[in-house]
Every structure is written in structure tokens, then in C-alpha cells.
Write a protein that binds this ligand. Structure first.
Ligand code: BV8
Length: 260
């Protein structure tokens, strides 16, 4: 577990923040049992490379293969729930003047625990849209309303344009991130006085670049991760531990600091 001194220092920095950005990755959902997109490849998916599945080209080449992988991941997610780390992030909103969550995750857990300002950079695994965005970007499709579609047959055809396939509303590799989401996340990272970075390897761009933007603009970076990441070299405070344990500890100390 992280030592008291480091916990106290990090809690002090966060307690004094005026404009906090909480930047999260797959690690914050690890203790919920949600496999990261690299882990979600056991069993019959073991022989696949996620980098080759999570792309528009893969979907064009074999819509059913990619659709079935996401159906499998949705099933994996269906009996999972947020963990104390997610709840602790939501608790920060009651303690601090401004808290915005910027997440790379597609599990929807930050919203589920009541965080009120969440920017989802990579989409939402529970949502679908038309591959052609035939009615504007995005053209959402509720597949539960499609009569006569057999889920075993792979992705349905978009009911609006009746030509493109329906696809998961997630950002694939070599696809742009949602413009508004990335623009607002970048602005907030440049204005932040503290960025709390939880459970990300810092490998995926342009999301990882938000930490550099915050640092360049003078923010103090506090990182929580059981392992060093690509971001650790620029972190001012590195709390080496699982977020489901460390985050509630941090929130308890912030409460104590703010109650004195
Ligand atoms: C784009 C949705 C432009 C899909 C995902 C600059 C430099 C190099 C490469 C690039 C670059 N710019 C763009 C690229 C290419 C590429 C990229 O980043 N490649 C990487 C591999 C180098 N980026 C893109 O393609 C992006 N798009 O740039 O578009 C463009 C536009 C048009 C034409 C051409 C180009 C799109 C990237 C988005 C991809 N989609 N997700 C899906 O999930 O199926 S990203 C996917 O990977 C996940 O969503 C997740 O966000 C990400 C993995 O990152 P992490 O969240 O950090 O998770 P990871 O498993 O890596 O790490 C987990 C961490 O948790 C670890 O550090 C671990 O120690 C820690 N941990 C473990 N347990 C715990 C814990 N932490 C806390 N508590 C614990 N208990």
C-alpha cells in the first residue's frame, strides 16, 4: 500500500485544487473485473490481435467477426459493476469546486456512479450507430427495436439508410476521437491546476497527450497506478497501488483536511 506521506501530500494537492481533471483508463475498472480490450481476448478470441479487430478496416473486411467480439465484450461487462475507485472519484465532486472526469473507458461506470461531468473520449460500448452516420455524426441505432434481426447473423443493416451496417459506438484505431469531446478535454487539461491520472498506461494517443497539455500548462500531476506508466516520468506524485484501494484513502484524507 502507498505510504502515508505520499497519500497526505497527494490529498493536500487535490484538496487545494480549483479546477481538477480526473483522467482515467482501463485500470480504474480493473477491480470491477472488466477486462481491458487487450485482456478481452481469451478463449475463442485468443488468436486475435485487438489492434487488428478494433479498426474500421477490420469491420469492413469481416463485420460479423468484429460485431461478435463486441457482443462478447458486452456480455463480459453485463454482470460487472463499478468499484470503490469509481465511487471515490464521484465523491470528489462534493468536496471540490470543479471536477471533470475525462475517461478513455467505454464501460460507462463513471456515469453509473453519479459523476456528473464525464467526457468519454473513446465512446460507449453499450451504444450502437450507423457505420455511415447516415443522419449525421453520430446516427445512433437502438438494435433492441429492430424486429426481424437475428443477432446470430452479425450486425444489422442500419434501419435509416438501409445500406450501411450498424457498429458499436466506440472509437477504433485510426478513427478520430469525437471532436467536441477531445476539444473540451484539451481545453480543460490546459486550464487544470491539478490532473489526477488513474489507471492508464499512457500509450494510446491523442488521449495520453492530455497529460502533456496539463503539464505544459503548469498543472500538478498526481498518478495512481500499481505499475509505472508512460506518464510516470512527468507525474509530480506517483501513488503506486490499485485505485480501488488508493482512491477511497485519498478521499478520506481530503475530507479530513477540508473539515479542519
Ligand atoms: C487517432 C475503444 C487520428 C475501442 C480504444 C501518436 C503516437 C503514436 C500513435 C498514435 C499517435 N496518434 C495516433 C496514434 C495511433 C493510435 C494509437 O494511439 N496507437 C497506439 C497503440 C500507439 N491512436 C488512434 O488510432 C486514435 N485515433 O489518432 O485518429 C486519425 C484520424 C483519421 C485517420 C488516421 C488517424 C484512436 C485511439 C482510440 C482507440 N480505441 N478503445 C475498444 O475498446 O475496442 S483505446 C483502448 O486502448 C481502450 O479504450 C483503452 O483506452 C486503451 C488502452 O489504454 P488504457 O486505458 O491505458 O488501458 P491499458 O490496458 O493500456 O492500461 C491499463 C493500466 O491500468 C495499466 O497501466 C495498468 O498498470 C493499470 N492498472 C491495472 N490494474 C489497476 C491499474 N490502475 C489502477 N488500479 C488498478 N487496480
Amino acid at each position: 500500500m502507498v505510504d502515508d506521506t505520499n497519500l497526505d501530500k497527494a490529498a493536500q494537492v487535490i484538496a487545494e485544487s480549483e479546477r481538477l481533471v480526473v483522467f482515467t483508463g482501463a485500470g480504474v475498472s480493473k477491480e470491477s473485473g472488466v477486462p481491458t480490450f487487450r485482456d478481452a481476448l481469451d478463449g475463442l478470441w485468443a488468436q486475435h490481435d485487438p489492434m487488428k479487430l478494433a479498426t474500421p478496416q477490420a469491420f469492413r473486411n469481416d463485420p460479423k467477426l468484429v460485431w461478435d467480439w463486441y457482443t462478447y465484450r458486452r456480455e463480459l461487462l453485463s454482470d460487472k459493476s463499478p468499484n470503490p475507485g469509481h465511487y471515490a472519484v464521484a465523491d470528489l465532486e462534493d468536496l471540490l469546486p470543479q471536477v471533470v472526469v475525462v475517461t478513455q473507458n467505454i464501460d460507462g461506470f463513471h456515469l453509473e456512479v453519479g459523476s456528473t461531468d464525464v467526457i468519454c473520449l473513446h465512446g460507449d460500448l453499450k451504444r450502437d450507430k450507423c457505420f455511415a452516420n447516415c443522419r449525421g455524426n453520430p446516427t445512433y441505432v437502438d438494435v433492441s427495436q429492430l424486429s426481424g434481426w437475428n443477432p446470430e447473423s452479425g450486425p444489422p443493416i442500419c434501419p435509416y439508410c438501409e445500406s450501411a451496417h450498424v457498429r458499436p459506438d466506440v472509437v477504433w484505431f485510426n478513427e478520430s476521437l469525437p471532436y467536441q469531446a477531445l476539444t473540451r478535454a484539451t481545453e480543460l487539461s490546459r486550464q487544470a491546476d491539478v490532473m489526477l491520472i488513474i489507471g492508464t498506461s499512457g500509450v494510446i494517443w491523442p488521449a495520453a497527450g492530455l497529460t502533456v497539455e496539463a503539464k505544459k500548462a503548469g498543472a500538478t500531476l498526481v498518478e495512481i497506478n500499481p505499475n509505472p506508466s508512460e506518464i510516470t516520468p512527468i507525474s509530480d506524485h506517483f501513488l503506486q497501488g490499485p485505485s480501488g484501494e488508493v482512491m477511497p484513502e485519498i478521499v478520506n484524507r481530503i475530507r479530513e483536511l477540508l473539515s479542519t
